[in-house]
Design a binder for this molecule. Structure first.
Ligand SMILES: Nc1ncnc2c1ncn2[C@@H]1O[C@H](COP(=O)(O)OP(=O)(O)O)[C@@H](O)[C@H]1O
Ligand SMILES: [Mg+2]
Length: 463
């Protein structure tokens, strides 16, 4: 169940070091338990992802508190024990019986909580004899009461076992929850990290809004990115700012950003820097000069292999050509831009290219829409797990949904694939269309999917 990709964390060196120590070099005699406490949005969940990614060599199990499920006794504990349920039978009889009643697989009076706690402790301890176990609990303030008590009980009793537990608790809602355990307060980011994060986010918004042709908002977002950026997003943000500002008719601001961009990229000899400089100058240039600059930008981005920027340059050049009453050439570049964006599923930019193309009188058909009968990404994920032999409970635990929901999705999958059992899944999946409408076996590479009507996207480069 290990998530393996490290999240792109900004800052948080101290917090990561605490987690690293917990996972890799625990202090002798100290429990490997940590509560991450902080307000909503501070980055607790993303720190749990960090821990999960660092634990590729461990057995990772998770529970996710859900406000709506707080009244369901043992719901979260059940989720957390999912990877170990096969071992329940081997527990000492009193523990086994208590756990079975708690999880609703046997009838009986409400179980003795002490026995349930011991049962979970035994399960984790035995599992840890093979590989270190990492228990991750997110939004602990929303665990059902008995699950929370049980996990607190377990956490207090871990000593020499190779079991680590990390809880994330929201403050102030979770005040008083797990207070007796070692704690790290997750406060605001330091100023430099916060600035870097704002810069990154402003830049991304700048791109998004430019894609949507909402240039006022793109301008504001790019401006904020430039103001807050530590270093590496500044060049990118300036490019977004120049495009948005020229489209808003604010040429002085665009010129100021252009000067800063050229300054910043002067020393670099990359296709990106040269292409970005040429295209940004083209946006502000007069006729013949603009034409030459757009062609230079196409050449440079092509040289640098910067496909997204190459596509955006075809779009801007096409827009410029159309406004300069050269519709035939405009169509050629807009068509190339559209095919490239459509191929990379950049829906907003593809739509902007499509609108421009329509304005030149050309009719466009999009191919990025999901064909009916194709699986949604979630259905696809569930079906793949089921085909691999995972139970509904296990899939549910992995995806944080109930086994019922898993079953419900699977029934839709069966209907779409025209099968009626789990056993038929592997074969059916191999031949089923994915979200792109292609049979999976024959799915081609991303580069192939950028379909080229004539000499367009397959061989990008200078014209
Ligand atoms: N240090 C960080 N670096 C990068 N992104 C972060 C950082 N901290 C938080 N985020 C992002 O901010 C958002 C909120 O973080 P999250 O972990 O969900 O907060 P919490 O769980 O404390 O409510 C997420 O999109 C997360 O990826
Ligand atoms: Mg969270």
């Amino acid at each position: 169940m290990n998530a393996s990709k490290l999240p792109d964390l900004v800052g948080r060196y101290r917090e990561c070091a605490v987690l690293d120590e917990l996972l890799t070099a625990p202090r002798a005699g100290e429990p490997r338990v940590r509560v991450l406490r902080g307000e909503a949005g501070m980055g607790k969940s993303v720190l749990l992802e960090y821990a999960a990614a660092r634990a590729s060599h461990m057995t990772v199990t998770r529970a996710q508190g859900v406000e709506a499920d707080m009244e369901l006794p043992y719901a979260s504990l059940h989720q957390l024990c999912a990877p170990f349920l096969a071992q329940v039978d081997e527990l000492p009889a009193p523990q086994r019986d208590a756990l079975r009643v708690a999880f609703g697989t046997a009838a009986g009076d409400p179980p003795d909580r002490f026995l349930v706690g011991l049962a979970v402790l035994t399960l984790l301890t035995r599992a840890s004899e093979n590989r270190t176990v990492l228990v991750l609990v997110d939004d602990a303030q929303w665990l059902d009461q008995v699950s929370l008590q049980t996990l607190g009980f377990v956490a207090r009793r871990l000593l020499a076992e190779a079991v680590a537990m990390v809880f994330a608790v929201r403050d102030p809602e979770g005040e008083g929850v797990l207070t007796h355990l070692p704690e790290t307060w997750i406060g605001g980011l330091d100023a430099a990290s916060a600035a870097q994060l704002l810069g990154a986010m402003g830049y991304i918004q700048g791109v998004l809004f430019n894609g949507l042709a909402r240039y006022d908002e793109a301008l504001a977002a790019a401006q904020s990115a430039i103001d807050h950026d530590g270093f590496n997003f500044r060049g990118l943000s300036l490019v977004e700012h120049i495009e948005a500002a020229t489209r808003c008719g604010r040429h002085d601001e665009a010129r100021a950003s252009l000067a800063r961009l050229l300054d910043l990229t002067r020393a670099t000899d990359s296709g990106w820097a040269a292409g970005a400089g040429a295209r940004s100058r083209a946006l502000l240039a007069e006729d013949d000069e603009a034409d030459a600059l757009y062609r230079t930008a196409l050449e440079e981005f092509g040289r640098g292999g910067v496909t997204v920027e190459l596509a955006r340059t075809h779009l801007l050049y096409g827009e410029w050509l159309r406004r300069n009453r050269r519709p035939a050439q405009a169509r050629e570049h807009l068509r190339t831009a559209f095919d490239m964006f459509d191929g990379m599923r950049a829906a907003a930019f593809a739509e902007r290219a499509r609108r421009e193309l329509t304005a030149t009188g050309e009719h466009v058909r999009t191919r990025a829409t999901t064909p009916s009968g194709a699986l949604t990404p979630q259905e696809s994920q569930i079906a793949t797990h089921a085909a691999e032999g995972m139970t509904n409970a296990r899939i549910g635990a992995e995806l944080f949904i109930s086994p019922h929901t898993v079953e419900w999705h699977l029934r839709k999958v069966y209907a779409k694939l025209g099968i009626n059992s789990r056993r038929a899944l592997p074969d059916a999946l191999a031949g089923a269309p994915g979200a792109d409408g292609r049979p999976r076996r024959e799915r081609r590479t991303a580069a192939d999917r950028i379909h080229a009507p004539s000499r367009a996207a397959g061989t990008p480069g200078p014209r």
